[in-house]
Design a binder for this molecule. Structure first.
Ligand code: SAH
Ligand code: SF4
Length: 374
């Protein structure tokens, strides 16, 4: 998530702008889209593969002269917008863990953030799916912005593209992180700004491109979509991508308390959400990740932990406990170390896997719930 702390409430429009789904940028086209467009123009669809390979494998930007496409293909491509539809405007490096938070500017001067997180042998990129978010969770900075607009597929892919170009031109960072010189992004998490399933068409299209064998070719199990529990969006996502990894934000095991901190619970209540999760296809529901942000005095008692255990009884889930990251002027606090330990123990003792996720990039406000329009 991205840090909204620098934004005053008056700067923030609570009103959603109209969503423009049509994407004329080349980075917003799946290979199938490109094949169809080439065919419509009487060009062999087979060229879509080499266009994809050149863009995504060789990382040669579409506007580069280095491509050697047949003339007809080049002429068609020139009818599209070939620019990378966003640009990095600032980067902040964490002194704790070498994570980097980037502020990224879109064509209309809106900004989102993305966070690059090195781990042993892998590089995870946390990306945004919306400018702001309509869901208004009380503990989340992005939620305080309201929704400004959805990102288009090209703007989602553009984040990954830009991050890969940045890695390619910063071999020192790879060396400092003790990562192989040719390593590029290996994992993606949709845990930046926005509720991905409120923008499911763009996210689905981006997944097509991210997983394409001629494109970025990321395995679906290396891509996690985190949702506050948008059931309609979940149905739409799974129709196209039944095998993408899911992370479900639960944060409370009772409807009344959950609704107070996550307004989405009034639309998609907990029992409907859990029922949905229990009925997921086998490959999805095995090892499903549930996220629980722990907030002092709000949802962190042993009784809360027992209720959570009860809620998920019989499910094969992993629980990721995220101590609340401070969010600007909010009075909400993270749990004490003792409370965190005790909460985890109750879950663990019931036989459910419980991991504490200490957010990366906390010193640069790039941790969960801290991302905002910079
Ligand atoms: N909108 C999606 C994805 C982005 S948020 C969702 O809500 O799942 C990614 C994760 O960060 C979610 O689990 C979210 O609840 C959590 N989060 C939000 N604000 C936080 C904060 N201040 N501290 C810790 N976790 C937070
Ligand atoms: Fe939106 Fe997720 Fe933040 Fe809730 S936690 S406001 S759904 S980004």
């Amino acid at each position: 998530m991205i840090d909204t702390s620098s934004i005053g409430a008056s700067d923030i429009s609570k009103k959603a702008m109209p969503i423009e789904f049509l994407d004329f940028n080349v980075y917003g086209l799946s290979r199938k889209d490109l094949e169809a467009r080439l065919s419509e123009n009487s060009i062999s669809a087979v060229h879509a593969k080499s266009v994809f390979r050149s863009l995504y494998k060789d990382l040669a930007p579409a506007s580069d002269a280095s491509h050697h496409f047949p003339r007809q293909v080049e002429a068609y491509l020139n009818t599209l917008d070939l620019s990378i539809p966003l640009s990095i405007v600032s980067e902040q490096r964490s002194s704790y863990d070498r994570s980097i938070k980037f502020a990224v500017k879109l064509h209309d001067d809106q900004k989102v953030e993305m966070v690059l997180m090195p781990e042993s042998k892998r590089i995870t990129l946390c990306i945004s799916s919306q400018v702001g978010c309509a869901q208004g969770c009380t503990f989340c900075h992005t939620g305080r912005m309201g929704l400004l607009r959805n990102l288009k597929p090209s703007e989602i892919i553009g984040q990954v593209y830009l991050a890969n170009l940045w890695i390619k031109s910063n071999p020192d960072w790879l060396a400092q992180c003790k990562l192989a010189p040719n390593l590029r992004i290996t994992n993606i998490v949709f845990m930046g700004m926005g509720e991905p399933l409120d923008n499911v068409e763009s996210v689905s299209k981006a997944l097509d491109i991210l997983t394409d064998p001629f494109g970025l070719y990321l395995a679906k199990r290396k891509i996690s979509v985190s949702t506050a529990g948008h059931i309609d969006g979940l149905d739409a996502l799974l129709e196209n991508h039944p095998d993408v990894m899911l992370a479900i934000s639960v944060h409370s095991a009772t409807d009344s308390e959950r609704s107070k901190i996550m307004p989405i619970n009034r639309r998609f209540p907990l029992d409907t959400l859990i029922q949905k999760l229990r009925n997921l296809p086998l490959q999805q529901k095995n090892g499903l990740l549930l996220q629980y942000t722990l907030i002092q005095g709000v949802n962190d008692s042993d009784d809360h932990a027992l209720k959570l255990v009860n809620l998920v009884k019989g499910m094969n889930v992993k629980i990721n406990i995220i101590p609340l990251n401070p969010v600007g002027p909010s009075r909400l606090k993270g749990p004490t170390t003792e409370r965190l330990g005790s909460f985890r123990k109750v879950i663990h003792d019931s036989g459910i896997r419980a991991l504490v996720r200490y957010s990366k990039a906390q010193d640069i406000a790039g941790a969960c719930g801290q991302l905002v329009n910079p």
